[in-house]
Design a protein around this ligand. Structure first.
Ligand SMILES: Nc1ncnc2c1ncn2[C@@H]1O[C@H](COP(=O)(O)OP(=O)(O)O)[C@@H](O)[C@H]1O
Ligand SMILES: [Mg+2]
Length: 400
């Protein structure tokens, strides 16, 4: 999960300053902006009287009793309503804590908290924002071209729909060579190119028109699969489209082309689950190492990459084993999918998902289960205990 928020911290102690600075390296804040200023609550009032308010303020104060409430009401005068506030104070008093929480302060810490507690407080403060994305995003890319990443993406999508009995949208991001429409035997009237061309004004109604139904629960935003489209993907035109798609299904499966540029990197870093597909040979070992070394630090330890070795058993001699991938890439392959030309070519020629029960199809079901997040979600139920937030200032004004 990644938060896109502006955070302004107004600190008094170097400890809190460096704690907030350290959040910049955390995956949770990858897309957030964090600015640390000195001066505590007074500094905040001064700064915010002539600058816009960040969505989250982290304020350090030594004020106690009435002067603490004076400071907060001074702050309320210069802040946008709805601003979330985490307060780091000096007074250890349960009643004070209760009053502050009651007034809409997201969290009150006595003294500088540790990093995990601060992160938990920020997540709790933006629990509504986290819930606004309905879906889990699964990005699928090949270490090299032709390794099977698209066919795996499409079949994982079908399996995710089977597991969840819920809607899944595939977005074919390979504008020139995409195969989703072929693999589901559809002739799309509109494609991702239409969506990107109108990304400035696109809404759910329009996007729904661009989607084609593949199966009961799976729809696809196809690629035209042609050369002269005149549209290039960028983060600027892709983000609005993906933002909408994420509201429209439980799972969004992103089928990425084999290219390496900024938007592809962003998608691979941002996705809830990233599946990297390779075949067990030396080229994939080298290129896989490069990709994993780039992505792993950006995704962080909480969001490891799912490495998939495909077409195993195809080369009789000289296949690179799982252990070597694990040693070189420092991640073990999550799943191996055997070479199964009968099943894959039948599916391709018929324009339908894999049908036959085989080791390859079972491996793809396993992969879908792995990225479905079902077990992880169950384990993390109960996170976000904070009260529903309306922001500090609405409540302060309400009390007056
Ligand atoms: N495990 C497999 N066994 C046999 N053929 C496979 C397997 N995985 C993929 N293929 C075939 O490999 C070809 C390339 O797959 P594709 O998904 O288009 O690759 P990519 O998207 O990585 O370029 C397709 O014809 C596909 O059916
Ligand atoms: Mg592909």
């Amino acid at each position: 999960m990644i938060l896109r928020i502006n955070i302004g911290a107004f600190v008094l102690s170097p400890e809190l300053g460096s704690l907030v600075e350290s959040l910049k390296g955390d995956r949770l804040f990858l897309r957030s902006t964090i600015a640390v200023h000195d001066g505590g609550a007074k500094g905040a009032v001064e700064h915010l009287s002539s600058n816009s308010t960040p969505e989250l303020l982290i304020i350090e104060t030594t004020a106690k009793g009435d002067s603490l409430f004076d400071e907060l009401s001074g702050l309320a005068d210069v802040c946008a309503p709805g601003t979330r506030v985490i307060l780091v104070g000096a007074e250890n008093d349960v009643n004070l804590f209760k009053t502050l929480i009651d007034q809409g302060i997201s969290q009150y810490f006595v003294g500088v908290p540790d990093e995990e507690d601060l992160k938990a407080a920020v997540m709790a403060a933006f629990v509504d924002k986290q819930q606004s994305d309905k879906s889990r995003v699964v990005a699928v890319a090949g270490i090299r071209g032709g390794v099977g990443s698209s066919v795996i993406a499409h079949n994982v999508a079908v399996e995710l729909a089977n597991i969840s009995k819920d809607d899944v949208i595939i977005v074919d991001l390979d504008i020139h060579y995409g195969t989703a429409a072929l693999n589901f035997n559809i002739q799309p009237q509109s494609t991702i190119v239409d969506a990107l061309a109108q990304s400035g004004s696109i809404d759910e109604v329009l996007l729904t028109r661009f989607l084609e139904k593949c199966t009961e629960n799976v729809s696809v935003l196809s690629s035209p699969g042609s050369l002269g489209t005149g549209v290039e993907i960028s983060m600027a035109n892709l983000e609005p489209v993906l933002g909408l798609v994420k509201q429209m299904a439980s799972y969004v499966v992103l089928d990425l082309p084999h290219i390496w540029n900024n938007w592809v990197q962003d998608v691979l870093v941002d996705a809830d689950e990233t599946i990297l597909v390779g075949t067990p040979d030396l080229y994939n070992l080298r290129d896989g190492k490069n990709i994993v070394e780039f992505l792993s630090p950006h995704r962080g330890v909480d969001a490891p990459i799912n490495l998939v070795l495909n077409r195993t058993g195809q080369i009789k001699k000289g296949e690179i084993k799982n252990k070597e991938f694990r040693d070189v890439l420092a991640i073990a392959p999550s799943i191996s999918i055997p070479y199964d030309p009968d099943a894959f070519s039948a599916a391709m020629n018929n324009g339908e998902p894999l049908r036959s029960r085989s080791k390859a199809t079972s491996a793809i079901s396993e992969l879908a289960k792995l990225v479905s997040g079902k077990s992880k979600e169950d384990a993390s139920k109960g996170i976000g205990t904070a009260k529903e937030k309306g922001g500090l200032f609405s409540s302060l004004f309400k009390k007056k």
